[in-house]
Design a protein around this ligand. Sequence first.
Ligand SMILES: [Zn+2]
Length: 297
Amino acid sequence: MTEDPATQRYALPPHAWPPPAPVPAPPRRGSRVLRAFVVLVAVVGLVAGGWWLRTGDPLPVPQARPAVTADAAPRTVPSPGVEESDEPLGAPPAAPDSDVYAFVAKQEDGTTPVAWDPCRPVAVVLSPDGAPADAEPLLVDALARMTEVTGLQFRYEGLTDELPGGDRAAYQPDRYGDRWAPVLVGWRTPEQEPALAGDVAGLGGSASAGPEGGPLAWVTGSVTLDGPEYAELAAGGDAAVGRAILLHELGHVVGLAHVWDSDQLMASTTSGEVLDFADGDLAGLAQLGAGVCIPEL
Ligand SMILES: [Zn+2]
């Protein structure tokens, strides 16, 4: 199973889409950027695939955040264990028997995927700026699906004034309080987010953190979708495709990378007929819902 590049493009609908191009062996991003109180790895810029995929074009990777080195220093990470329960809040469903999935990142053992901490909810906020009229129900529906397929408890928290894009801080206490910043979902134009230029329909990914010497977990993430392209989909009666794009991107947020099986929603290329997670996707998602709880985070 090949690792996906940490950055990929999700291109939209071309009326004549290009044939699948082989993905060059991706450079694996270092999984440990900073060894101190907390390790943070930015994996921003993952993008959905589908029949619109293009690969390459790495996006800027936010700098690892400095460690807390002195009591007097302002916190650059939240207090540990915010909302952490003693046990996972949910359990992944029984998964199909499939190995057609790939993970964005793995732990030091080389096999266990980096996943979200299942002992706390995955908070999600929506940027309404430029979002389609049905963005909220679309997102709520997609998050319910993500909870269903992972067992992770996605919690939609409403609207935010934060705009997608740029070097997003994983900890924004002034906006979100003493916790990791919620996953941010929003729509932008290619003018506002140059990474959406061309036939790219979305960007998505997560950032991980972990205690010194311990496992990593995804702690925040983002999905940035192409507003004009969504408008075209809606006008063309292809709302289901818009939902599929969002699910695919959220698949990246929880830690799935692309696969080459076009029957999977996480495929790099597809005929366009796959509108929901398929067996391989579901098998990977179930593993991603069974991550380790990290109260130190
Ligand atoms: Zn993708």
